[in-house]
Design a protein. Sequence first.
Length: 94
Amino acid sequence: METRTRTFGTRGPVNPACNYVVPRTEEIADLGRRIKDGRYIVIFAPRQTGKTTFFRWALDTLDETYLPIQLDFEAYKNISQEEFYACLKEDIRQ
Ligand SMILES: Nc1ncnc2c1ncn2[C@@H]1O[C@H](COP(=O)(O)OP(=O)(O)OP(=O)(O)O)[C@@H](O)[C@H]1O
Ligand SMILES: [Mg+2]
């Protein structure tokens, strides 16, 4: 019978069934507690260290009373104030 071997993933979302993953269980629980406490959270870490994956996994643990909205402020650089608010409104609506 073929045994499925896991691999290290570096090119997109990782799946624990197929890839070796760092579960970050305690950090995810901590982020959930901070969100429920109404805290602002900033994550600083070097490129490609799992920030986006961590946020997505943490948001998946929240119940349906939360509505996560992903906004990419990098896309708003070099635009006027009017365009900024128009884009922000449209992105939140979407
Ligand atoms: N918990 C994890 N365990 C193992 N590998 C992971 C984990 N999280 C992310 N990775 C791997 O690292 C890669 C980068 O993850 P991710 O995009 O979440 O990092 P990032 O810090 O948001 O990157 P960027 O700085 O480019 O925004 C993923 O494509 C995946 O292959
Ligand atoms: Mg990222």
